[in-house]
Design a protein around this ligand. Structure first.
Ligand code: ZN
Length: 73
């Protein structure tokens, strides 16, 4: 898999990422697998990971301003 910004090789890493799901709502997903470009630092999510994140965000507590979820629960 190659970086869509600079074309360098992407490295698979596990990291924590914040997602803004509303005006003042942030969901942090911990320990999620992403691809990061070693050259420019761009993050890329695989389709299956993105699909799972969307489900997790849809099921998150909509009243909480900040929620922290584990990707591999
Ligand atoms: Zn890059």
């Amino acid at each position: 898999m190659k970086c869509h910004v600079c074309g360098a090789e992407l490295k698979r890493i596990v990291t924590d990422m914040p997602f803004k799901t509303g005006l003042s709502r942030i969901v942090i997903i911990k320990q999620m697998p992403v691809f990061q470009c070693e050259h420019c630092g761009e993050y890329v999510l695989a389709d299956d990971v993105m699909g799972r994140i969307e489900i997790m965000l849809a099921q998150a507590d909509r009243k909480a301003e900040l929620e922290i979820l584990q990707y591999a629960a």
